[in-house]
Design a protein around this ligand. Structure first.
Ligand code: LLP
Length: 384
């Protein structure tokens, strides 16, 4: 919900732009970190969700580490002041240059996804006279019941090491003198709203770590990744995810051995609800049996609806007319440039300001210049 001052400010500004409610970000972090403290868990924020400096600084100030998936993300995390001993680095395709850079940065752990990757990290570390701390990213073969493009833990997905590869992996680690195994890593998907998935994950992690234990391997760190979903339908009613239930499910289900540390990699659940894409209505066009509300924001600003059929709540902030149905679309030359179909909005006209909610995660960071459009700017609540 925006107050009248905010809406007045929005009307003065050039659209489209991202608007971040930093008070909500802090409220979310307060709740999240209270749970970390309660269970003595550690978290590494997934930079890929939103890497704006202002946001990173707030998250860092709450004591979170960083979860990275590219050399540039590792570099950004270190430049932004994240403690290297709290930086983890995953990804199925780490290049030699990226591996070197992360080794120079002395990060906490490479989350490794294959035998050839372990061998390359070992040989680069050896040439640099270093020992790389590695965790094994495991593919636990779990269906996260989310969109197929953001499911990562099923056996057919490209991510992680499957259980049938374990012996091979262990033999490789024993052979590689410049690798030190520090943990196991899991991440089964994103926007997971079915809490049973996390129950299942905890159970699988117990089975898998038992295998390592039975084979004489001590696992010091267990990283359960991110994935907790948010409420895209009712962001005003549920601006903060149900962290209490999530962590209590993990705490109940996971067998933790003496001396073990438990880690998480939240992305969406930290930043999604604090970000909104603010846009102006350019035209209302009559189509066959429908009306189009054509915005000045497009799929290049927020690609989630086009890419994952994601539904972000859309509000018209400036009209008080009676409700009508619109297909809300952008200006980009693609039919998939549509934010919503048959959306109920108060009667909408040129110049109205619309808010596309829950856009703080995987919004601005996935923006592109397609059609040579300008990238949307951002504003923060503390500035306006
Ligand atoms: N850890 C790893 C290894 C990941 O790959 C991801 C996300 C996360 C943590 C954070 O997951 P989260 O807590 O945000 O669910 N662009 C898509 C989401 C892609 C997620 C990629 N990996 C979207 O807009 O829905």
């Amino acid at each position: 919900m925006f107050n009248t001052n905010e809406i007045r400010e929005f009307q003065q500004l050039e659209t489209p732009f991202y608007y971040y409610d930093l008070a909500l970000l802090k409220r979310t972090l307060d709740k999240y970190t209270a749970n970390l403290k309660k269970y003595n868990y550690h978290a590494h924020y997934a930079l890929k969700a939103n890497a704006n400096e202002r946001i990173l600084q707030i998250i860092r100030s709450y004591g979170l580490g960083a979860d990275c998936v590219s050399g540039n993300e590792v570099a950004l995390a270190l430049k932004s002041g994240f403690d290297p001993s709290m930086v983890v680095y995953a990804g199925v395709g780490k290049s030699d240059k990226e591996i070197k850079m992360a080794l120079e940065g002395d990060i906490f752990s490479f989350n490794c996804e294959s035998v050839p990757e372990l061998e390359i990290i070992n040989s680069i570390a050896s040439s640099m006279g270093k020992v790389a701390s590695v965790s094994l990213r495991i593919n636990p073969d779990i269906d996260a019941h989310t969109h197929k493009y953001i499911s990562t833990g099923r056996s057919q997905d490209k991510f992680g090491i499957s259980t049938w590869m374990f012996q091979d992996v262990i033999d490789t680690i024993h052979k590689c003198q410049n690798l030190k195994l520090v943990g196991l890593h899991f991440h089964v998907g994103s926007q997971i709203t079915d809490m049973k998935v996390f129950e299942m994950l905890a159970k699988r992690v117990n089975e898998i770590q038992r295998w390592f234990f039975d084979n004489g391997i001590v696992i010091e760190n267990i990283n359960l990744g991110g994935g907790l979903g948010i409420d895209y339908e009712n962001p005003d009613k549920n601006p903060v995810s149900d962290f209490d239930t999530y962590f209590s499910i993990i705490n109940k289900g996971l067998e933790v051995r003496g001396g073990q540390h438990i880690h998480f990699e939240p992305g969406r659940t930290i930043v999604a609800q604090c970000g909104t894409l603010i846009s102006r209505v350019l035209y209302v066009k009559i189509g066959k049996g429908k009306k189009f509300a054509i915005l000045d924001a497009g799929m290049n600003d927020l690609i989630r609806p086009a890419l994952y059929q994601a539904k972000h709540k859309i509000d018209n902030l400036t009209s008080k007319g009676r409700n009508m149905r619109y297909d809300v679309v952008g200006p980009v030359c693609e039919s998939s440039d549509r934010f919503g179909k048959n959306i109920l909005l108060p009667e909408t006209k040129r110049g109205d300001i619309c808010a596309i909610k829950s856009a703080g995660a995987y919004g601005q960071v996935m923006a592109m210049k397609y059609n040579q459009r300008d990238l949307a700017l951002e504003y923060y609540s503390e500035e306006l």
